[in-house]
Design a binder for this molecule. Structure first.
Ligand code: GLN
Length: 537
């Protein structure tokens, strides 16, 4: 069978949840036995989101093979439980980079290099790449941005050409729009959807299916109206009504028969109904918690929910695994100090200190860690959060008052966290951190080993600085243990304090591999520790 292609575009407004709709469709097709992947095409000129401030674009998600990608790839992995790769996130910057390099090599043989055909050809090549690998039956491509934006125009043009080039039964286009409710008129309004589809049609793309985001159910009349004015078949207008959780959306899309419409278009008959048993078990636990805990998320990007997306989702998964509702309290590390820490963290059942870069809010993180260590509050530090565990311990237990990371003070007398050797010669910022999956060997007699239940693990990374092994002996003798190390380089990946009920810091990002069906072990154990702490209060 040829690979089948689904293209998902969005109109009217951004943030309608194209990523979740794409992931939900993918989940339903996968649950019927198909091999499915999802890729995202982003219209911005950055080569990848690695150089973007989280305030601009939310979290930067990292794949196994070390690509810095859009956070939607996190949703794809969480829904499908399969890894994405460098090929799954393409930006305008990547496309132009390739085309301009080829032009410099002379590959265009004297031709004028143009958006059509050169840029669109490169977009199409990348749109087909995963399908051509033979690894997937269905490739879903999400087009970032909103139809009508100047910058997404070449992507829409590439979809138009593919719709024309591919056999009709191999290509489906879905357009996601908003049907707003006007409370003054007490009416749902379809005009923005009509305009958005007209915009798409004026670029030559006729959607096959229209998914309408709405806060109220669409009546059959309304669906017919959208179908008529947007030139799609009746029955091909479906609603995506606000759901209690993003993880419920596969079920609401199943009710709306989105997967069936797509399969009918592809002419794929005789597939079993989606097997969602494990998914439903997760949802059942998610919606029926027996307990509640309050966990502080201490970071500096707390104003923006998307900045810590994977961490927040990991708490959803780990909460369900423990049949416990996790209330995550965002605490701004910039405004945390020794005088107010008790008041801000005193009611918490556990404290997580988040990853990050740079000096702002750093000292607040150290204060939070000290509070957790001294008050025996379950603690989990991730990446910069782990590095600050080492700083806090060096300062307040070893008495090295000026201990800090050289990221903040390159000339400190006690660089307990220092730039990794291979980073010292790096001047370029994009794509040059220690990125992607690395192995880690755990000490048998450790909290980490008890959590993972195996000696060799693999987790994903994104950092330039590391635990300075010159301080390892001194720190271990004072009671903090390096319980996980890279087997090849000896780089410290996990620290913990055996005398504390639950204190762990990870140089890697465990949140990137948590899924509803495979919750991440440290998060599961951390929530459990929070429950135990809460029970003793
Ligand atoms: N800024 C730190 C480093 O580069 C930590 C990075 C992170 O938290 N992702 O090592």
């Amino acid at each position: 069978m040829n690979s089948k292609y689904v293209f998902v575009s969005g109109g009217v407004a951004s943030s309608l949840g194209k990523g979740i709709i794409s992931a939900s469709l993918a989940k339903l097709l996968q649950a019927r036995g198909l091999r499915v992947t999802i890729q995202k095409f982003d219209p911005y000129i950055n080569v990848d989101p690695g150089t973007l401030n989280p305030y601009e674009h939310g979290e930067c998600y990292v794949t196994e093979d070390g690509a810095e990608t859009d956070l939607d790839l996190g949703h794809y992995e969480r829904f499908l439980g399969v890894h994405t790769s460098k090929a799954n996130n393409v930006t305008t910057g990547k496309i132009y980079n390739t085309v301009i390099s080829k032009e410099r090599e002379g590959a265009y043989l004297g031709k004028t290099v143009q958006i059509v055909p050169h840029i669109t050809d490169e977009i199409k090549r990348r749109m087909m790449l995963l399908g051509k690998s033979g690894d997937y039956d269905v490739v879903i491509t999400e087009i970032g941005g909103t139809v009508g934006d100047m910058e997404s125009q070449p992507f829409v043009e590439a979809v138009r050409q593919l719709q024309w080039e591919l056999p009709e039964e191999d290509c489906v286009t879905i357009h996601l729009t908003l049907v707003p409710y006007l409370s003054a008129a007490k009416e749902l309004k379809t005009k923005p959807t009509q305009h958005s589809v007209q915009m798409l049609q004026s670029s030559g793309v006729q959607p096959d299916i229209i998914v309408c985001r709405t806060e109220h159910p669409l009546t059959p009349e309304l669906r017919r109206k959208v179908a008529l004015f947007c030139n799609v078949k009746p029955g091909h207008v479906i609603q995506s009504i606000d759901a209690p959780s993003i993880y419920s959306v596969p079920l609401t899309m199943k009710e709306e028969k989105l997967d069936q419409l797509v399969l009918d278009h592809f002419g794929l008959k005789g597939l079993p109904e989606p097997d969602l048993r494990e998914w439903n078990m997760f949802l059942d636990k998610l919606f029926n918690p027996k307990r509640t805990v309050d966990i502080a998320l201490v970071g500096k990007y707390v104003e923006l929910q998307d900045a810590y997306k994977s961490i927040l989702e990991s708490f959803v998964h780990a909460g369900a695994a423990n049949e416990c509702k996790v209330n995550v309290h965002s605490i701004h590390s910039e405004f945390l100090d020794q005088a107010n820490v008790g008041e801000k963290l005193g009611d918490m059942d556990a404290i997580l200190v988040a990853p990050g870069f740079g000096e702002r809010g750093l000292e607040g993180k150290v204060v939070a860690i000290r509070y957790a260590r001294e008050h025996n509050v379950p603690f989990f530090g991730i990446c910069l959060g782990m590095q600050m565990c080492v700083v806090e311990f060096a300062r307040n237990v070893l008495g090295l008052k000026d201990a800090i990371s050289t990221e903040v003070n390159p000339s400190t007398a006690n660089p307990v966290i220092d730039l990794m050797e291979d980073q010292k010669s790096t001047t370029i910022k994009g794509g040059t951190m220690r990125l992607g999956a690395y192995k880690c060997r755990l000490e048998k007699d450790s909290l980490a080993y008890r959590i993972y239940g195996s000696e060799l693990i693999s987790e994903r990374h994104r950092h330039r600085y590391e635990f300075n092994n010159d301080y390892l002996q001194m720190i271990e003798e004072a009671g903090m243990k390096a319980s996980g190390k890279n087997p090849d380089t000896g780089l410290v990946e996990i620290v913990e304090i055996p005398g504390h009920p639950f204190f762990i810091g990870a140089q890697f990002h465990p949140e990137l591999k948590s899924t509803p069906e495979r919750p991440q072990p440290i998060f599961v154990a951390f929530v459990k520790a929070a429950m135990e702490y809460n029970a003793k209060k």
